[in-house]
Design a protein around this ligand. Sequence first.
Ligand code: PGA
Length: 261
Amino acid sequence: MSGRKTLIVGNWKMFNNVHQSSTLLARLYQHIVPHRNVEVVVAPGFLALQPLSLEVDRRRIKLCAQDAYFKDEGAFTGEVSFSQLRSLVDYVIIGHSERRIYFGESLETIRDKVAASVRNKITPILCVGETAEERRDKETKMVLHDQVTTALSNLTAEEVSEVVIAYEPVWAISTFGGQLAKPSVIKEDIKFIRKQISDLYGEATAKKTRIIYGGSVDEHTVGGYLDIEGCDGALPGSASLNYHKFNKIIEVATKKASERK
Ligand code: PGA
């Protein structure tokens, strides 16, 4: 027993308007049976966060933003700060590969966003992962090392223990090809990430930090990923837009959490 709660996060990306987001949330509600060791989180677009925060019962589903800017306020046209999100969300996704690749987010920008998230008492879900080329060139460990160590470098060990790290190999994400990752392959990468935390912040911290997996996770594959030692949850994208699939994913997670009791 790790003592870490299972975390299932649905990343809705830039899909669904406010009305559609509200409908999807209501549908999820019909089926979710809360479990004390499973946290269910959804990440709708920015516009839906305010209305959904009024509809959501946080004991059943928590809200997550998909990004935010690292300055708390100022003349930054078009940006949304962590401080503006403070009472609306419990989590923020930071450094998703779509942000790194399409919007050129650097290691340092992501480090500053993680620090801003912690400063504003919002739990960061830090996404890390190598591209297909990097994996082919045997650079996976180096990439993960750089992404993890830079992103966490402004935090104390206690703060690191609260961060969630999502291992999302770019080649496995549906956006970038969606090659199915075998649990037997990625278990080494998850282990490596925890080792980085242990080396830098100590074993006690590494034991508390949750590491989840993302990359074409669906209702059929989630069980295999949750069975990986040290894998504390999943971050499905496309499958989270379909409430049947997302509910099934939650069901699998709940069943596994009950078996682990
Ligand atoms: P996917 O997305 O499940 O559609 O691959 C995961 C993600 O991008 O976080």
